[in-house]
Design a protein around this ligand. Structure first.
Ligand code: ATP
Ligand code: ATP
Ligand code: MG
Ligand code: MG
Ligand code: MG
Ligand code: MG
Ligand code: MG
Length: 258
């Protein structure tokens, strides 16, 4: 009888497939809000950039870094966040589905718990959800290119959205604004903002222009305690809106991806 149970368990387990991420590669988990176009309308986010919604995203990401020590860096914009796990992380034996699901569910529940701290006068109308995916980057250069790509995307979307919403707020319909901007280049969009709305794109709040990076820096104040073992080096979690496209950021913070 017990033997039969054992055989059955083994047989059923045999269908479980392994989904281990390649060893010694940077793991990036990118999460993205599901249907946040609608979510942001239902919750009347300021357009194009609701500062409090971004602050809420950032606060959830800080909580994720506090919870999951293997995350060394993260970058967020709009309704997305990318979390970078260290190359040698053994978190969940590097199984993609477990890592993705635990980060996504932690982030989502933090978002709900913190909602009232950022929107004390707005009711959360329905449970938000996020999707997540895992990608491995085999070298630090490629990882940096990935992060630069997300920041370039932030810039392109923000510039488009700033123009779009200025046109809409000045009386154009959404489809008029859309066709007005169709095919325009960066320079033309900047000129439009200056000419029609007296907005210098580069003076917009830095968080809107560049998105947000969160990372740890090792504190200088590590001490040798009585028992002779090193105490865990105190790590501070930093939120910044740096340019991560340029190499200089990584040169100034060599310990992040070491
Ligand atoms: P999907 O489920 O495919 O991700 P989505 O509607 O979430 O669909 P995204 O491409 O992820 O589409 O875009 C997110 C949308 O959420 C933006 O286009 C924007 O309308 C809205 N949004 C997210 N964050 C903010 C914010 N801080 N302020 C204003 N709007 C925001
Ligand atoms: P892991 O993170 O590895 O899943 P775990 O602590 O969640 O660790 P599980 O094997 O998933 O371990 O077991 C869930 C545990 O949660 C149970 O052992 C039990 O202690 C507790 N638990 C879950 N649901 C209930 C419940 N309805 N009533 C009482 N205890 C519960
Ligand atoms: Mg999506
Ligand atoms: Mg989305
Ligand atoms: Mg998105
Ligand atoms: Mg479990
Ligand atoms: Mg459990």
């Amino acid at each position: 009888d017990n033997e039969i149970k054992k055989i059955k368990a083994e047989y059923v387990r045999s269908f479980l497939f392994e989904n281990k991420l390649m060893p010694s590669t940077w793991i990036v988990i990118r999460i993205d809000g599901c249907h946040f176009h609608r979510f942001s309308e239902v919750h009347e986010f300021e357009k194009p950039n609701d500062r409090q919604a971004l602050n809420l995203m950032n606060s959830c990401a800080v909580a994720v870094l506090e919870e999951f020590k293997d995350i060394v860096f993260s970058y967020g914009v709009s309704d997305e966040y990318s979390f970078v796990l260290s190359k040698d992380s053994k978190f969940y034996q590097r199984q993609a589905s477990q890592i993705v699901s635990v980060i996504v569910s932690f982030f989502s529940s933090a978002y709900v718990m913190k909602w009232k701290d950022f929107f004390p006068f707005k009711e959360l109308k329905y449970p938000p959800s996020f999707d997540g995916r895992a990608v491995c980057y085999p070298s630090t250069e490629i990882l940096q290119d990935y992060l630069a790509w997300r920041q370039v995307d932030c810039h392109i979307n923000n510039q488009y959205n700033t123009c779009f919403w200025m046109l809409v707020k000045s009386g154009k319909s959404k489809s008029e604004a859309q066709s007005y901007l169709k095919g325009t280049q960066t320079r033309e969009k900047n000129e439009l903002l200056i000419r029609q709305f007296n907005i210098d794109y580069n003076t917009l709040p830095i968080m809107f222009l560049r998105g947000s990076s969160i990372f740890r820096i090792k504190g200088e104040d590590s001490v040798m305690p009585e028992n002779g073992t090193f105490e865990e080096v105190k790590q501070e979690i930093i939120l910044s809106h740096s340019n991560i496209i340029e190499d200089s950021f990584w040169k100034e913070h060599p310990s992040i991806l070491c």
